[in-house]
Design a protein around this ligand. Structure first.
Ligand SMILES: [Zn+2]
Length: 307
């Protein structure tokens, strides 16, 4: 079981989020019953620990909203069933989460959990995304954590649950944690916290941008994860990274993933983030994000979070 802590500091609440809009018009199950369907998948919600901080139907609405966003991005809910346990513990808001085997997700919810913290939450989407990617051996955990870390804000932005400014604010603030430091030997060998979460996120961000560059935004990371799912690569499957890379290349008709793997996983390939942000037209000045739509890769930046 992996516990997930990709963010060292609290994430700023998203402006203009609309949970009702994010849930989409199709999903109207009976909340409060403990079980509902998302795209044919059965989600079961269980409560453990202290009494839930909010009425069960509100907590279930959050689980449903998160599952719907993940399903919309992936084109399907990635596993036939998922058991979500919400553990009431502590005094804070939504705490850390865990995912296991594409079958179970656990998220801790403290007494200060309120409707706004559920609206702005990222933990549930992060954990559910783990169910949409195969299990790898321990040395390659960066690939799993990095994918959930990179995709979670994208999934939420495309659903209207967070903003482009918020997504790039977080990346420009934290992505540098993923760069190799002196003595680093590549993502497959150097397993620090920064390299596992943000190094993995950086790997997938570069993959996404390179795919979009080479195909004029026709292919993206979404084609990679959907292609892997088509081959049965969800959280219940055990895969090698070789298979991930082969299927990713086949799904996109490129060799981008295999080349990137050799550069960043098997060697300490670094990324010049300042130059990349300049090309994408994004600047973070004292926590405020500015976009330049005349930058050479601005069309790619906009496409990443576009619904
Ligand atoms: Zn995780």
């Amino acid at each position: 079981m992996a516990s997930c802590r990709p963010t060292p500091e609290p994430v700023a609440p998203a402006r203009g989020s609309d949970p009702a809009e994010a849930a989409g018009p199709a999903a109207q199950p009976e909340l409060g019953s403990g079980t509902f369907d998302v795209e044919g998948a059965t989600i079961t919600v269980l409560f453990d620990g202290n009494d839930p901080p909010l009425p069960p139907e509100e907590m279930e609405g959050w689980v449903l909203r998160s599952a719907t966003m993940v399903s919309d991005y992936l084109g399907e809910f990635p596993v036939p069933s998922l058991e979500v346990t919400l553990v009431g513990r502590g005094w804070g808001g939504v705490g850390f989460g865990m995912h296991q085997d594409g079958r179970w997700v656990t998220v801790y919810c403290g007494r200060r959990t309120n409707p706004r913290s559920l609206e702005n939450d990222w933990v549930m989407v992060h954990e559910m995304l783990h169910a949409g990617f195969p299990d790898l051996t321990r040395d390659h955990r960066w690939m799993q954590e990095g994918l959930s870390t990179y995709l979670e804000p994208i999934v939420r932005a495309r659903a209207g649950n967070t903003t482009e400014e918020s997504v790039w604010g977080r990346w420009t603030r934290s992505m540098h944690h993923g760069r190799p430091r002196s003595g680093d030997r590549g993502l497959d060998i150097t397993h620090t916290w920064g390299r596992t979460y943000w190094g993995g996120a950086l790997f997938w961000m570069i993959a996404d941008i390179e795919l979009r560059k080479q195909t004029n935004n026709d292919k993206s990371l979404r084609d990679v994860v959907r292609g892997i799912l088509r081959e049965g690569g969800n959280g219940r499957a055990n895969w090698s990274t070789r298979r991930v890379v082969e299927v990713a290349d086949a799904a996109t008709g490129t060799t981008i993933l295999s080349e990137l793997y050799a550069t960043m996983a098997e060697a300490p390939g670094d990324i010049d983030l300042d130059t990349l942000y300049e090309e994408l037209g994004v600047t973070n000045i004292d926590g405020e994000v500015f976009f330049d739509d005349d930058a050479p890769l601005a069309h790619i930046r906009r496409a990443i979070t576009r619904p």
